[in-house]
Design a protein around this ligand. Sequence first.
Ligand code: HEM
Length: 421
Amino acid sequence: MNVATALPPPRLEDLADKSFNPFALERLSHGDADDPYPTIHQLAAQATVHKGSYRNLFTTVPYVQMGPLDHYMVFGYEAVTRVLTEPETFTNHEAFKHNLGVSFGLSVSTMDAPLHSRYRNIFQKAFLPNIVAKWGESVVDPVVDELMGKFETTGEADLVEQFTHHYPFGVVYRQLGLEPDQAPIFHKLAIAQVQSAIGLPQGAEASSKLGRFFQGLLDLRRAEPRDDLITHLATVEADGERLPDEVVISFLRQLMNTGGDTTYRGTSVLLVGLLSNPDQLAALAADRSLIPQTIDEGLRWEPPVLSTWRYVSKDGVEIDGYPVPKGATMNVNIGSANRDPSKFKDPDAFDIFRDRKVRHLAFASGPHVCIGQHLARVEMTRALNALLDRLPNLRLDPDKPAPDIRGHHLRVPDHIYVRFG
Ligand code: HEM
């Protein structure tokens, strides 16, 4: 008699050095600046382009993978938009092969056209609004429910430690069908892999362990398909073409950072904006139709990805009359675009009722515009609704330190102490 045996799910292997704590080192990578915006405003008011590295304004920790490239910073809404939307001049591969390319491999962020358009086209089919909307109920709600169930009756909480730092990652784990005991190892490896950027050997070790795991998962889902993201990515086609495994694996390696880390930061800073402006929080609690504009205001005010990079691929390029040489790395300051006073009145203020005629650039613009933006909105909407429904009279805890958003590149507060009920 033939008995069909199910394939065992692949298992993740922890880092060899169990004492290595990548979370403690995150600040080294993203900076510990309390508020970079006064410096950004000052430089933007002087000129659109400045020679030098944005990172070096705030930290002396070397970015070992950036190499000896010449850095130029670009500020302001118009110039940032131009750099992001002129991919034939300002390219990705040369800018990211040293860092994201090392950590993740052949990810879409490291590609230029025509390769980028070819693969992005296929990925996009897995992230269409109608597909992503379904994940709200099946994937996001159970994660939010479980986390909130642990503290909603206690009257007080640290919303970072107990909620925002977990729910977007929980969404990723559910999408991967990760076993509960594997989740902490997965989170640790995902954060460790980007620390190649500051020269730590655990970065490469984490990338290779995640790569082996994802290959196993792709093989498993092809053998035993499910209605989930991995099966979708393993089988999705556009114009008769499927994604090569190497490209899917790089995408999945990047998912914790692109999908988890950004949403964790975006939700945290949005809550700081709301809790620091109780009148706006009360208005939102009373009228949930304000949620989309509230999410957009949080993303405008404190974009979770404050800066990105592009490479100047041509001779004779000028930005606002300022020459930038071929071979330079542009440090593209999304934060300065989102707080450009010529586009946004009183730009440092968090105001969910502000005029929204100008689109913020928190999801970037042009061919690399965030592929997961619909999912991020679904996640943040579900999280906000749950917090407002289940934590009545939500307010900052007056006896604990106020939230302090830190970092020059990826920003987040360590704690948001609240009371409710
Ligand atoms: C609030 C949440 C999010 C923010 C602020 C954000 C921001 C961004 C930004 C600024 C970029 C462009 C970077 C550049 O061009 O240099 C980007 C690209 C990307 N994002 Fe997001 N993101 C968020 C959520 C997500 C989610 C949930 C996913 C995954 C499912 C995701 C997947 C990606 C991918 C794969 C890219 C690369 C696209 C390409 O290069 O073609 N993001 N994101």
